[in-house]
Design a protein around this ligand. Structure first.
Ligand SMILES: [Ca+2]
Ligand SMILES: [Ca+2]
Ligand SMILES: [Ca+2]
Ligand SMILES: [Ca+2]
Length: 398
């Protein structure tokens, strides 16, 4: 946790006075939750139509921010707790969830990189042994749900195929923080003459911006990012973010993505303690972080929800603008698994087609990644490394 700097500490103390316990996550991407007193997620009975919902909301003084069709909900501003309680009494209103705030912190340390180097994590998961056979495959669509992706980065730009700004759909998904670009580079930086190279250098990257330039954003924007990913045919969603708050709307959103066939990967958290959310949900592949000696990082969250481990200490990758940076966190581990999942999706499902439908389903991808991981720590499954260190090369073998 050596890079958990003073800025983070001041955030912690700021949040300590909030009503919801400190959450956090993503390595350098620290994510915390606090009470956002007016902004709520109102979840309706699915049989209620939009007009009826809007009428209900208006009757209780709620100002609608947006709808979240994925989970039959609306994001609203409520003037007071009285309005919320009254709304809860109405038939058709299932629940009112906190629209918790999430924060990501990245330390700015861009350094120019004149020639391409292979980051140690890419080598460790043996991604480079997969590339030659992958060259002619259809690119897999990967959504990086984060601070955006640098639209001008020469080591990313050819792989960026689109995106969405859930905070303000009228604005760009360009990364004004750096964290999302770092994650994107580990997933799929270009195999060229400069900078770094990702696990899957031919993937199609989609920038789903849910955290702002300061690395903060509402949970509802994260949910909208997941919703966009489902609606736009994303095959893998990477979430290097999280919170200690277990909010039902978030679980519903990742479950909807999973049921739609989307592989969802998330960082386990940087608390050194229990796995955070969304990583802890069963529909999500939870990733802990290892160092270059294959030991679990001290900051890495751990517990029975961990599925896989991946490199997450001193990871060198692309950053905002045209920069590069070395960062640590489970935020950096998750994209190694996301990239590996994308490489698996480029191979025939074969014997892993548990439900016999001829295509990869999220549970089948997860099963193969787990079966082909390199066991670490105690023999077999354990709470630190899950099923072991992800290995892209093993995972794409028949
Ligand atoms: Ca290697
Ligand atoms: Ca490169
Ligand atoms: Ca299947
Ligand atoms: Ca083990």
């Amino acid at each position: 946790m050596e890079d958990k700097n003073t800025k983070m500490n001041s955030k912690k103390s700021l949040i300590a006075s909030g009503l919801v316990s400190l959450a956090l996550l993503a390595g350098v991407a620290l994510v915390m939750a606090k009470d956002s007193s007016q902004r709520k997620i109102v979840v309706f009975d699915p049989t209620l139509n939009e007009a009826a919902r809007d009428e209900l909301l208006a009757a209780h003084g709620a100002v609608k921010v947006k709808d979240l069709s994925l989970i039959n909900a609306s994001v609203v501003l409520l003037p007071s707790k009285v309005n919320e309680n009254a709304l809860l009494q109405r038939p058709g209103v299932l629940r009112v969830d906190e629209d918790v705030t999430v924060y990501a912190l990245a330390k700015p340390a861009p350094a120019p990189q004149p020639s391409q180097v292979m980051p140690w994590g890419i080598d460790r998961v043996d991604a480079e042994m997969v590339w030659p056979s992958d060259n002619n495959a259809d690119p897999v669509r990967v959504a990086v749900v984060d601070t955006g992706i640098s639209a001008s980065h020469p080591d990313l730009v050819d792989n960026i195929k689109g995106g969405h700004n859930a905070i303000n759909p009228a604005k760009s998904w360009n990364d004004d923080n750096g964290h999302g670009s770092h994650v994107a580079g580990t997933v799929g930086a270009l195999n060229n003459a400069v900078g770094v190279v990702g696990v899957g250098p031919l993937v199609d990257l989609y920038a789903v911006k849910v955290l702002n330039r300061n690395g903060s954003g509402f949970l509802s924007d994260v949910i909208e990012g997941i919703q966009w990913s489902v609606a736009n045919g994303m095959q893998v969603v990477n979430m290097s973010l999280g919170t200690s708050s277990d909010v039902q709307s978030m679980h519903d959103a990742v479950a909807a993505a999973y049921n739609a066939g989307v592989v969802v990967v998330a960082a386990a958290g940087n608390s050194g303690d229990a796995v955070g959310y969304p990583a802890a949900y069963p529909e999500v592949i939870a990733v802990s972080a290892t160092d270059s000696s294959d030991n679990l990082a001290s900051f890495s969250s751990r517990g029975p929800e961990v599925d896989l481990a991946a490199p997450g200490v001193s990871v060198y990758s692309t950053y905002k603008g045209t920069g590069y940076a070395t960062l640590s966190g489970t935020s950096m581990a998750a994209p190694h698994v996301t990239g590996s999942a994308a490489l698996v999706l480029n191979t025939p499902v074969g014997a892993y087609d548990a439900n016999g439908n001829g295509v990869w389903d999220p549970s089948e991808v997860q099963q193969k990644l787990q079966d082909r991981a390199v066991d670490l720590g105690d023999l077999g499954y354990d709470n630190l490394y899950g099923w072991g260190l992800v290995n892209a090369y093993n995972a794409v073998q028949p």
